[in-house]
Ligand binder design. Structure first.
Ligand code: PMP
Length: 365
C-alpha cells in the first residue's frame, strides 16, 4: 500500500518537505520490467563470482573508509584524474542531494533544462532552492542554448543531462564549455547513461579547464549495479571538498565498496553487453518505426531507453501492465511529454515482447 502523510503530520513538517509525497517508482510485479533503465542483462557471470569472492572476504565489524580511498583511486585511474577529484555516493541520487545541500538553498537558483530527470527539482525544492525551468524544443527536445546561456550568469547551479532522461539526446560539448564560462556557480553534467552514447561524447575533457564543472556517473546502468548503489562525481578537488563536508560519512558501505572495486577492475567485461544494448536500441527503434501507421512516434536515443509518443498513453501503459505483464514508465503527465512513455532497452526477447504488445494494444483501439 502506498505510504500516506496525514494532514496532522503534514502540518508539523518543514514547508518544503510537506509539499512532497513519498517517492513511488511505480513498481508492480510484472514479467518484463522495462521501467527503470536498469541493465536487464545482469552481471557477466565471471564478475558476479569475483564479487561474491570479494564480499566473503570483507570484514563487517569496522566502519567503512568514508571516501572509499581504494575505490576512489581505481575510479581516478580509469578516468585519468587525480583521486582528489573523485567523490563517491550511495548512488548518483545521493550525490545530487549533496550538491544541492552544498550549493543550493534559499535565495539561490537552479537552472534546469526540462523535461529532464525529476530528482533535480525535487532535491532543489527540499533545500528551498528556487528553480528556473527552460523548456527544451517541443519537437526535437534540444536544449534552448541561447536562453540557458542568458540565464547562466544569475544561476548557482545549472544541470544538463547527457544523454538526457527521458528524451535520450546528448549535449553539445562546445555549448557546455560556454555554459561553464557563463555560470559563476556549479555546472552539473549528469552522464549517468554516458556509456551508451557514441564514443567521445563525454564532457570529461572539459574538467581540466573548468573548476566549476561536475560530471556525474553511476554504476547503476551500464554496470548492472543499481541494487548496490554506487555513484561518483568527477570535479575540482575543492568542489569534492564541499561535497565531502556535507555528506554523511558512511553511506557507501564496505560491501558496496568491495563490489564496486571488482566492477571497476572488470569494467571491460561489460562492453559486449553495452554493445548489445546499443544495437538492441536501434532494433527497438526500427520496430517502433514500423508502428508509425498506428500513431507511434519514437525519438532517436543515445541511451539505454527510448522515448515514445503513442495515442492515449495512459491507456497503453495500463494495458501493457495489466494485459501483457510489461512495465514501462508513463511520462504523459509531465509538461512537454504529453502521451509519452519511456521504454528501457531490454534483452532481445523483452524488446520483441513490448513491440508485439504495443501492436496488439494499438490495433485493438
Ligand atoms: N541521473 C539520471 C539522469 C538518472 O536517470 C538516474 C537514475 N534514474 C540517476 C542519475 C541516479 O542513478 P543512481 O542513483 O542509481 O546512481
Amino acid at each position: 500500500m502506498a505510504l500516506q502523510i496525514s494532514p496532522e503530520v503534514r502540518a508539523i513538517m518543514r514547508r518544503s518537505a510537506a509539499e512532497l509525497e513519498p517517492y513511488d517508482p511505480g513498481f508492480s510485479p510484472v514479467e518484463v520490467n522495462l521501467s527503470a533503465n536498469e541493465n536487464t542483462y545482469g552481471m557477466p557471470e565471471a564478475v558476479r563470482w569475483a564479487i561474491n569472492d570479494a564480499l566473503s572476504q570483507t570484514a563487517l565489524n569496522r566502519y567503512p573508509v568514508p571516501l572509499a580511498d581504494k575505490l576512489r583511486q581505481k575510479l581516478a585511474d580509469w578516468h585519468g584524474v587525480d583521486p582528489s577529484q573523485v567523490c563517491v555516493g550511495n548512488g548518483g541520487d545521493e550525490l545530487l542531494f549533496n550538491l544541492f545541500l552544498a550549493f543550493g538553498g534559499p535565495g539561490r537558483t537552479l537552472l534546469n533544462s526540462t523535461p529532464t530527470f525529476s530528482v533535480y527539482s525535487i532535491y532543489a525544492g527540499l533545500v528551498d532552492t528556487p528553480i528556473v525551468n527552460v523548456e527544451r524544443d517541443p519537437e526535437t527536445f534540444a536544449p534552448n542554448q541561447d536562453e540557458l546561456l542568458r540565464l547562466a550568469p544569475q544561476s548557482n547551479i545549472v544541470v544538463l543531462t547527457s544523454p538526457n532522461n527521458p528524451t535520450g539526446d546528448i549535449v553539445d560539448k562546445d555549448f557546455v564549455d560556454r555554459l561553464c564560462r557563463a555560470c559563476p556557480g556549479i555546472v552539473l553534467l549528469d552522464e549517468a547513461y554516458g556509456e551508451f552514447a557514441p564514443t567521445g561524447s563525454t564532457c570529461e575533457p572539459l574538467l581540466a579547464s573548468h573548476p566549476n564543472l561536475v560530471v556525474l556517473h553511476t554504476l547503476s546502468k551500464a554496470f548492472a549495479f543499481a541494487g548496490g548503489r554506487l555513484g561518483y562525481v568527477l570535479a575540482d578537488p575543492s568542489v569534492v571538498g564541499a561535497l565531502a563536508a556535507v555528506r554523511q560519512p558512511y553511506t557507501v558501505d564496505v560491501l558496496v565498496q568491495a563490489a564496486a572495486e571488482v566492477i571497476v577492475d572488470h569494467r571491460h567485461d561489460f562492453l559486449p553487453t553495452i554493445g548489445q544494448i546499443k544495437s538492441e536500441r536501434e532494433r527497438l527503434l526500427e520496430g517502433l518505426g514500423r508502428l508509425s501507421d498506428l500513431g507511434v512516434k519514437a525519438w532517436p536515443s543515445c541511451s539505454n531507453f527510448v522515448c515514445v509518443r503513442v495515442p492515449d498513453a495512459p491507456h497503453v501503459w495500463t494495458s501493457l501492465r495489466d494485459d501483457h505483464s510489461i512495465l514501462v514508465r508513463n511520462f504523459s503527465a509531465t509538461p512537454g511529454l504529453h502521451n509519452c512513455l519511456r521504454i528501457t532497452v531490454g534483452t532481445p526477447a523483452e524488446n520483441d515482447r513490448v513491440l508485439a504488445a504495443l501492436r496488439t494494444i494499438l490495433q485493438e483501439d
